[in-house]
Design a protein around this ligand. Structure first.
Ligand SMILES: C[S@@+](CC[C@H](N)C(=O)[O-])C[C@H]1O[C@@H](n2cnc3c(N)ncnc32)[C@H](O)[C@@H]1O
Length: 246
């Protein structure tokens, strides 16, 4: 009998996304955190996800059909506990937002916000955003992408887990419409420079500022950011646009 296992272990690549490796393992940009949902989060999750949850499936979706209208579509990767996501969606009801998050209590917290604010322009997909973008979002389908305070993965040996790396940025850029924007923010200076460098190196994108951008009004200050700013810590915004077709 052969010793070869019938199911081969996933052949994990070098980064969170590599073109041509669909179907193989990829490095995850998150770790599954333990953490219980509060009973409120659990109740709102159970009530809201059947209404506003988008279930991952490896096939392209029609975003206009998902939201039932043709308004601008913005993707947010890593919504965390959802305060920023909900505030932005509340203040911009003519724009549709797709939030992608793996952390279940965070999804529960965002469901609570959606219910309390009666938001109809926000959907949540609880799945790895790398796979959602790769498998579900068609090319030229997004008007904007938000990646706010992605996990910084401080240690050099963990840097490969960062979301903002060239292959994934190229994939995301392909999902933007010409003229669409790509907005990242971080409080980790070295990652901020990586963001600037990676986005500058993506040939389909162009910087909207010289270097870092001022924080636009649509991105509200978080409690955490406010505290950091009071302590003299920096926050960097990086905003690029997809080039118009020549
Ligand atoms: C540091 S938190 C920031 C959350 C939020 N954007 C904020 O500003 O408070 C990063 C979040 O991204 C989520 N995340 C990381 N990688 C992800 C992925 N590949 N797909 C979906 N969510 C991801 C994590 O679970 C975490 O909640």
């Amino acid at each position: 009998m052969s010793d070869t296992p019938l199911i081969q272990p996933a052949n994990v690549g070098e980064g969170v996304y590599e073109e041509g490796r669909e179907g193989y393992g990829h490095i995850k940009s998150y770790v599954r955190r333990a953490g219980r949902m509060s009973s409120a989060q659990e109740n709102y999750y159970a009530e809201m996800m059947p209404k506003i949850g988008l279930v991952y499936a490896p096939q392209p979706i029609d975003l206009a059909a998902v939201f039932g209208r043709n308004n601008p579509k913005v993707l947010e990767i890593g919504t965390g506990m959802g305060e920023t996501t909900a505030k932005i969606a509340d203040a911009n009801r003519d724009i549709d937002y797709l939030g992608v998050e793996v952390h279940v209590p965070g999804v529960g917290a965002l469901c609570k916000q959606i219910a309390e604010r009666e938001l109809t322009n926000l959907r949540i997909c609880q799945h790895d955003a790398v796979e959602v973008v790769r498998d579900m979002l068609p090319e030229d389908s997004l008007d904007g992408v938000h990646v706010f305070f992605p996990d910084p993965w401080h240690k050099a040996r963990h840097n490969k887990r960062r979301l903002i790396q060239s292959p994934f940025v190229a994939l995301l850029a392909s999902r933007l419409k010409p003229g669409g924007y790509f907005h990242c923010a971080t409080d980790w200076e070295e990652y901020a420079h990586q963001m600037l460098e990676v986005l500058s190196g993506e040939p389909t994108l162009v910087n909207s500022s010289e270097g870092f951008a001022p924080r636009p009004d649509y991105r509200p200050l978080t409690k955490f950011e406010n505290r950091g700013l009071r302590l003299g810590h920096g926050v960097w915004d990086v905003i690029f646009r997809k080039k118009q077709l020549a």
